[in-house]
Design a protein around this ligand. Structure first.
Ligand code: F6R
Length: 357
């Protein structure tokens, strides 16, 4: 039930800090280490390469997951769009592990790949919000995202939950492989949950930014580098699907290779800056679009912020910034859709789970 909330989407955005805390408690042992099936641990350790298969928002979580697994567990990961994988299959390594990420566990495109790779004799792990779903039953292993039912068509809490579980999985693999690191995902996720709360408490500010930048525009661009780029893809998808604004996410350096032609006086460009090593370069990219008339909206992380940034997010570990930066983007989409009188929870042409190919 949505209770006092006007829309499920807003309720689900607000639930994210609790979802993250729930995930921490579900994946924590009594002595504060990670609780995970030994089978899954061995499957991760034994794989020479991981293939993440997913669609839409879950695919965007996969992109962040790739970075987490590669940086933390030092294992190569490829991320594929489910509907493309079958028809344009890459060369698969000798000992692959397939990870399916799916909120619903029912996405036909992902299932098509699962059936195929099982026939090829490969192992599969499903990360899902619905244990007992098709993708969960048909895979060898399941990890539960514990986000609770997600009713709004636009995925919000399932996405952040997927990334949290991927971070835990990456660290578990690294520890099992004897890789030394000083990153405790359970502690760092607790900091993330608090940061999320700081942002969900700033709805008026988000509403105002949406009003200023998005209430009449035809289009909107999101730019970011490294982990921020992946969140840009998600921010753009969210905005498209519920507000019907033509939106695109770009790697910071890529917009100028063509799409910058679309920048006009007042075109909103939302920039993300949470990664220290690319802070200067993303700000340089922002200047390029501002010089063509864009209206810049900079969202940065504490410590990396400039005075005139529109929004500063609390500091969290650099690996986990996507879980936090996506919150203002979800809220901006929500308010943009509201101001434009769109049906937030049930956008046109969309279904909650896509069970046909
Ligand atoms: C976007 C959205 C979709 C889903 C996609 C995959 O807000 O909800 O892009 O993420 O259809 O769905 P699942 O995760 O259920 O496989």
């Amino acid at each position: 039930e949505k209770g006092t909330y006007p829309h499920y989407m807003l309720k689900e955005i607000d639930e994210q800090p609790y979802v993250i805390r729930n995930i921490i408690s579900k994946y924590k042992t009594e002595d504060e280490t990670i609780k995970l099936d030994e089978d899954i641990r061995q499957a991760m350790l034994g794989a020479d390469r991981i293939y993440i298969i997913a669609a839409g928002t879950s695919n965007h979580a996969g992109l962040v997951g790739k970075q987490l697994i590669e940086r933390i567990a030092n294992k190569p990961v490829e991320v594929h769009i489910a509907s493309e994988f079958l028809y344009n299959m890459p060369i698969v390594s000798e000992k692959p592990l397939f990870i399916f990420i799916s909120q619903s566990g029912e996405t036909a495109d992902s299932r098509g790949v699962l059936v195929n790779v099982k026939e090829m004799g490969h192992k599969a792990l499903t990360i899902t919000n619905v244990p007992g779903s098709t993708l969960s039953r048909e895979a060898d292993y399941t990890l539960h995202t514990y986000a609770g039912p997600e009713i709004a068509v636009a995925s919000t809490k399932a996405y952040t939950a997927q990334m949290a579980v991927l971070a835990i999985l990456a660290v578990d693999t690294a520890r099992a492989a004897g890789i030394d690191m000083n990153f405790d995902p359970l502690q760092e996720l607790a900091i993330v949950a608090n940061a999320m709360e700081v942002l969900t408490d700033q709805k008026e500010k988000m509403e105002q930014i949406a009003r200023d930048y998005l209430s009449v525009t035809r289009n909107c661009f999101f730019i970011g580098r490294a982990a921020d780029y992946f969140v840009c893809l998600e921010g753009a998808l969210k905005l498209k699907e519920i507000s019907y604004i033509q939106a695109e996410g770009f790697a910071g350096g890529e917009l100028k290779h063509g799409t910058i032609a679309l920048i006009e006086e007042g075109t909103p460009v939302i920039g993300l800056a949470t990664q220290e090593h690319v802070n200067l370069s993303i700000r340089g990219n922002m200047k390029e679009v501002v010089a063509r008339g864009a209206s810049p909206c900079m969202i940065s992380m504490e410590g990396l912020n400039d005075e005139d940034d529109q929004l500063v997010i609390p500091k969290v570990h650099e690996y986990l910034t996507p879980l936090v930066t996506v919150i203002p983007l979800q809220l901006l989409s929500y308010y943009a859709a509201l101001h434009r009188e769109c049906d937030v929870d049930k956008p046109r042409n969309l279904a909650k789970s896509v069970t046909v190919e």
